[in-house]
Design a protein around this ligand. Structure first.
Ligand code: SF4
Length: 431
């Protein structure tokens, strides 16, 4: 029996795919990334924006079109917030609500009637990640969030904070490392809140992982810029803890941040960055910004641009605000028109691009150990192009003159430049 798993949206959705892959394998299924030959297709949906909802619906329909014979299973925030989805899209065979996600593989196994069910349960040998064409592992360490940012539908869809036990996370990373995985990325809805329900915290978790595993590279997924603890930055003294953080700012205007009910104002954010940059070599920061939050005035937008520029982000995930039903922001007065949001989005893209070029320029001529991913192109003479990532999460395109595969290996390379769109660094030789 073959299972294909697909995710939209956040890294948490991606992390869930990874644990489902292992669960399905333990039940005797095999994982494929080819929808057309799968017996079961699982789609993990997202509802963070209207666009994500649209894409979720498209992905469900497309999966059925590609393989109408496969059983279609849907889970994730969109389907959890819209349980009537099965009436709208009749080709769905089963919806698994977010609260039952941890048992998804077992539920599918129990409820979906396939002619020949797998008979021999196996322990996964090779990592299911490789079967899905991935080589970095997203590890879900917690779910849910205690806060109520006024724009956030995820906190509603995902419920209260629940943390995975430290020992389970350590075991999971050790197993993945034994299977050949070189990099683990800790993810959750609010990972700064890790341990609030089990008398632990993020600092202890990271310290324990670094002490009790040999995974060469450990990094954090998106982490809110608060709840990090006084001693948090000491962790980066260990070179296996990667010097990059994705800290969602959401706006560079304090009055907008207040309306968003964010717990980190611009001063706090600046202090955090100063601390990080002064204690971590080559520290790299990326962020999320919401454009056109209700009531965002011209002055607030200017404040936002000025503050964002001062932060020197290497990448900004830009979200034009879209009201999500059930959130407080959706019923706030002074919703902005589409044209204003589009104009501001363009402005911010331009600023983000200028900042990225400045940062990439700084790294030309330096060398870093990079983790190679799948090759992206192979020419007739055997040359291959790879994408790889530096420890501080700069994307690097590497052209390799040999036929030997570099996939999933770590090598030092010399950064020789960056591409015209400044989307990644370039390298052509080992350092
Ligand atoms: S802290 Fe993050 S997950 Fe929690 S409500 Fe705010 S945006 Fe949503």
């Amino acid at each position: 029996m073959l299972v294909t798993l697909k995710a939209l949206g956040c890294r948490l959705n991606e992390a869930e795919l990874e644990s489902w892959s292992n669960d399905f394998q333990s039940l005797g299924y095999s994982i494929t990334n080819k929808t057309e030959i799968a017996d079961i297709v699982v789609v993990n949906t997202c509802a963070v924006t209207q666009e994500a909802v649209k894409k979720s619906r498209q992905l469900i329909r497309k999966s059925h079109r590609i393989n109408p014979k496969a059983k279609l299973i849907v889970s994730g925030c969109y389907s959890s917030l819209n349980p009537e989805i099965t009436n709208e899209i009749e080709t769905i065979d089963l919806v698994v609500a977010n609260k039952n996600k941890d048992k998804l593989a077992q539920i599918v196994n129990d409820e979906i009637n396939l002619e020949a069910m797998p008979s021999i349960a196996t322990e996964p040998g090779e990592s299911a990640l490789f079967a899905r064409g991935r080589n970095r592992a997203f590890i879900k360490v917690q779910d849910g969030c205690r806060y109520r940012c006024t724009f956030c539908i995820v906190t509603i869809a995902r419920g209260d904070e629940r943390s995975k036990a430290v020992s389970d996370i350590v075991n999971e990373i050790n197993t993945l490392h034994q299977q050949g995985i070189q990099e683990a990325i800790l993810t959750g809805v609010h990972i700064g809140g890790y341990g609030s329900d089990i008398e632990s915290n993020l600092y202890t978790l990271i310290k324990t992982i670094l002490a009790e595993t040999d995974i060469p590279r450990l990094r954090l997924g998106s982490v809110e810029p608060w709840d990090l603890g006084e001693n948090f930055f000491e962790l980066f003294a260990n070179p296996r803890f990667m010097p990059h953080l994705h800290l969602p700012l959401q706006s560079g205007s304090d009055s907008v941040l207040r309306r968003m009910a964010r717990r980190c104002k611009t001063d706090d954010f600046s202090r955090l960055l100063i601390k990080a940059c002064s204690s971590i070599a080559d520290f790299n920061v990326t962020t999320d910004i919401i454009v056109g939050f209700p009531g965002e005035s011209d002055e607030e937008w200017e404040e936002n641009l000025t503050f964002v520029e001062s932060c020197k982000f290497s990448h900004i995930h830009i979200f034009p605000y879209s009201p999500r039903q059930g959130t407080r922001a959706a019923s706030m007065p002074d919703q902005l028109d589409l044209i204003t949001k589009k104009t501001r989005t363009r402005q911010l893209h331009q600023l983000a691009n200028e900042m990225r070029i400045e940062i990439l320029k700084k790294y030309v001529g330096r060398d870093f150990p990079v983790l190679f991913e799948n090759h992206i192109k192979q020419t007739e003479d055997g040359r291959q192009s790879y994408f790889a990532y530096t420890p501080n999460y700069l994307k690097v395109k590497y052209v390799w003159n040999e036929e030997l595969s570099l996939k999933n290996q770590i090598h030092h390379v010399k950064l020789s430049g960056y591409d015209e769109q400044a989307s990644h660094m370039l390298a052509t030789s080992f350092a």
